[in-house]
Every structure is written in structure tokens, then in C-alpha cells.
Design a binder for this molecule. Structure first.
Ligand code: GLP
Length: 242
């Protein structure tokens, strides 16, 4: 495991974008796994700048997003589809046909999950998966549980997650109760993983994830078993690490 201590959020974002760019340069047609949330916003801004400066092209890249809320239409301002379009995809030269986000409006959720896994396999698997981490240690929407959920699946969100994410919805009542997320197996199968964490609220989850026991009660702790894991933390998020 490679832990990088960034001075602050800006440096974390630059380092994260540089790793994505390296992956794209070393493998034309790379397949990227992408997260939402406030943490990767700076990384997306950096990547957009690289594209605008002519240093990077996303033409041949394929992407798979980690998760999506259930029951939120694509065009809703809180859908992860909108998040990705507004914060990243509409600013770069990516082929929209090569961007994949679970369909949270599907009337056949099970079928959608199976199809998502098939699409990842058909693309040749994910070269670099970028992850954030929830305050409770979740990755994607894999919530603390007594077992590991393997592949892409429907999940009931924890109270804690609903509360943390209510800041985007204006009120707790408006936050969806369910989501579709890539599973722990789908994440662990990625060839390389980079997890990002910024701010004091993440310090406890990061300490448990990297130094605590490996348990589905703290989903990110399973990443300790991955062969190619890079974690980038800023000073606050890394403040409890030994
Ligand atoms: N499903 C997403 C996660 O993928 C993300 O890592 C987490 C943390 O978000 P933030 O970066 O805003 O703290 O939020 C959501 O729950």
C-alpha cells in the first residue's frame, strides 16, 4: 500500500489527476472507475485543465461510475449522472457512449446490475478505480454490514449516509433510501485502486480503513488486501495515522 500525504486539498487533487493521466498515457484506451462526492471535484477540475491545455485526451477512454441513487431521474440535479455530466464529462472530449453509470431508474434493478458487470467485463476490466470514502468507511455505497456484497447490487442506505448526503438535497426526507453500487468484488477486481480523503471528518474512517482490522463493518478496510492500492490523504484526513 502506498500512502501519500498531501499538504492540502489542492495538492491532493493535483496528485490524483496526475495518477489518472499516467494511467491514460501508459495505456491508450484505459478503463477508469470514477466516484462522485465533493472529494474528487478538484481532481476533475485538474483533469479538465489538462485537457484544455492540450496535454490529455479522453477520446479513447471508457469510464464506469461506482454508484447511483435509486429513483432519481437522470436530469435531476442530485443524480450522479448530472454530477458527472456537469462536473466532468461535458468539459472534456470523452465519447459519451463510453461513459457508464448504473441506471437508478431501471424497473429491473437486478437485470441492470448484471448488465453493468457484463459491460465492465466486455470493456476488459477497470485499470484504475478512483474512490472516495464515506464518514462511516463506505466505498461507493457499500455500507457497513456483517458480510461483503460482491458484485453490483441494490443497497439500502444507512441513516448516517442519508444524513451526510442530505446537504446536497436540502432536507433528509428528500434523500433516496436506496442506491445501486458496484460491489466489493467489483472494486477489488480493478487492476489498480486510488482512494482519496480530505478533511477532519474522514480521519477516523481512514485510520480504521488502513490500520484497523479487515472487516465488512468498515468496508474500506478490505482495500488493505489489494495488490495495487494508493491512498492520497490531506493533512487533516491523515492526522490519526501512525
Ligand atoms: N457514494 C458516494 C461515495 O462514493 C463517496 O465517496 C462519499 C463521500 O463523499 P464526499 O467526497 O462528498 O465526502 O459520498 C457518497 O456517499
Amino acid at each position: 500500500m502506498n500512502i501519500i500525504f498531501a499538504r492540502d486539498y489542492d495538492e491532493l487533487s493535483r496528485l490524483a489527476a496526475a495518477k489518472v493521466a499516467d494511467t491514460m498515457r501508459s495505456k491508450p484506451g484505459a478503463v477508469l472507475g470514477l466516484p462522485t462526492g465533493s472529494t474528487p471535484l478538484g481532481m476533475y477540475r485538474e483533469l479538465i485543465s489538462m485537457y484544455k491545455e492540450g496535454k490529455l485526451s479522453f477520446k479513447d477512454v471508457t469510464t464506469f461510475n461506482l454508484d447511483e441513487y435509486e429513483g432519481i431521474p437522470k436530469e435531476d440535479e442530485n443524480s450522479y449522472y448530472r454530477f458527472m455530466r456537469d462536473n466532468f464529462f461535458s468539459h472534456i472530449d470523452i465519447d459519451k457512449e463510453r461513459t457508464n453509470i448504473p441506471d437508478g431508474m431501471s424497473c429491473d434493478v437486478e437485470g441492470e446490475c448484471r448488465d453493468y458487470e457484463r459491460r465492465i467485463e466486455k470493456a476488459g476490466g477497470i485499470d484504475l478505480m478512483v474512490l472516495g470514502i464515506g464518514n462511516n468507511g463506505h466505498i461507493g455505497f457499500n455500507e457497513p454490514a456483517s458480510y461483503y456484497a460482491g458484485i453490483t447490487h441494490r443497497v439500502k442506505l444507512h441513516e448516517n449516509t442519508i444524513e451526510a448526503n442530505s446537504r446536497f438535497f436540502g432536507s433528509i426526507e428528500k434523500v433516496p433510501k436506496y442506491a445501486v453500487t458496484m460491489g466489493i468484488k467489483s472494486i477489488m477486481q480493478c487492476r489498480s485502486i486510488m482512494m482519496l480523503a480530505s478533511g477532519k471528518a474522514k480521519a477516523d474512517a481512514i485510520k480504521k480503513a488502513l490500520e484497523g482490522p479487515i472487516t465488512p463493518e468498515l468496508p474500506a478496510s478490505v482495500l488493505q488486501l489489494h495488490r495495487d492500492l494508493t491512498v492520497i490523504v490531506d493533512e487533516e484526513a491523515g492526522s490519526l495515522l501512525k
